[in-house]
Design a protein around this ligand. Structure first.
Ligand code: IPE
Ligand code: IPE
Ligand code: MG
Length: 242
C-alpha cells in the first residue's frame, strides 16, 4: 500500500467525479509534437482513470471530451479527435462490457460523424444493463446549450398545456437536462492548471467541490486522481448552511 492509498478514505468517496481533461495540446507542444499526438496520449489517461474509478467503486464518472465550442478548432484537429474517438470506442466497447461499465453520452451529437454516432449508440445499448460504473462522455457538450434546450422543451410543454409555469421547480427543470437521472458531481477535477469551467455542467456543479490539478491530461494517472480525491475529502461541504 502506498502512502497515498493510506491517506485515501475508501468509506468517503465521491459518488460522482467529473473531469475537464485539459492540456493535451500543451503536452504535445512541449515535446515538439503535433497537437494530435497529445490527444492520442490522452486516450491512455482516459483508460487509466476509467479503470481506477471502477476499482475504487466510484458510481459515476463524467469526462468532458469535446465541447460545443471545440468545433471552432481547425478541421484537421477536429477530424483527428473524431477519428480517435471512433477508434477508442471500437477498441474499448468489449472492455466496457467485460468490466460491467455503463456508457452514457451528454451533448449535441448532430455534428458527430454518423459512423461514430452509430458506434456510440451500439455501445450505449450494449452496456445499458451494466451496474458497476456509469461512464458519461460529454461530447459536443455545452452547458448553455443544454439549459436553452431544456427551457425550449419546457416552453413547448407549457404551450401544449402539459405543464403550468407555476408548477416548474428545480427537480422538473433538472429532469429536462441531458443529465436526467444522474446525481450532481461531488468532485470536479480540471487538469493543466486552468481555473475555469469552460461551459461544463453549469447547472449541475452548483455545490460541487473543484480541484485544479497542474498535471497535463496525458500525464494524469491514478495517483493524481487519488490525490484529487484526498483533497476533496479534506473539504467541508456546507451547502450554504453551517
Ligand atoms: C483538451 O486538451 C482536449 C480537448 C479540448 C478536446 P486541449 O486540446 O484543450 O489542450 P490545450 O489546452 O491546448 O493544451
Ligand atoms: C474544455 O477545454 C473542453 C474540454 C476539455 C473538452 P478547452 O481547452 O476547450 O477550454 P478553454 O478554451 O481553455 O476554455
Ligand atoms: Mg485546452
Amino acid at each position: 500500500m502506498t502512502v497515498l492509498d493510506s491517506a485515501l478514505d475508501l468509506t468517503a468517496l465521491p459518488r460522482h467525479i467529473a473531469v475537464i481533461m485539459d492540456g493535451n495540446g500543451r503536452w504535445a507542444s512541449a515535446r515538439g509534437l503535433p497537437r494530435h499526438d497529445g490527444h492520442i496520449a490522452g486516450a491512455d489517461s482516459v483508460e487509466d482513470v476509467i479503470q481506477s474509478c471502477g476499482d475504487l467503486g466510484i458510481e459515476y464518472l463524467t469526462l468532458y471530451a469535446f465541447s460545443s465550442e471545440n468545433w471552432k478548432r481547425p478541421a484537421v484537429e477536429v477530424d483527428a479527435i473524431m477519428a480517435l474517438l471512433a477508434h477508442f470506442l471500437a477498441e474499448k466497447a468489449e472492455t466496457l462490457i467485460r468490466d460491467n461499465i455503463r456508457l452514457r453520452v451528454i451533448g449535441n451529437l448532430e455534428r458527430i460523424p454518423p459512423e461514430t454516432r452509430e458506434l456510440l449508440e451500439d455501445t450505449i445499448s450494449l452496456t445499458a444493463g451494466n451496474t458497476r460504473l456509469t461512464l458519461i462522455v460529454a461530447l459536443g457538450y455545452g452547458a448553455r446549450e443544454e439549459i436553452v434546450e431544456a427551457t425550449r422543451n419546457l416552453m413547448e410543454k407549457a404551450r401544449m398545456g402539459e405543464l403550468a409555469p407555476a408548477d416548474l421547480d428545480q427537480e422538473t427543470f433538472a429532469r429536462h437536462l441531458f443529465t436526467v437521472g444522474i446525481p450532481d458531481p461531488d468532485l470536479l477535477i480540471r487538469t493543466s492548471g486552468e481555473c475555469r469551467i469552460s461551459n461544463f455542467l453549469l447547472w449541475q456543479i452548483s455545490y460541487t467541490e473543484i480541484v485544479i490539478s497542474e498535471v497535463l491530461w496525458p500525464d494524469f494517472r491514478r495517483e493524481h486522481l487519488e490525490a484529487a480525491i484526498v483533497e476533496y475529502q479534506h473539504r467541508h461541504r456546507r451547502y450554504g448552511g453551517l
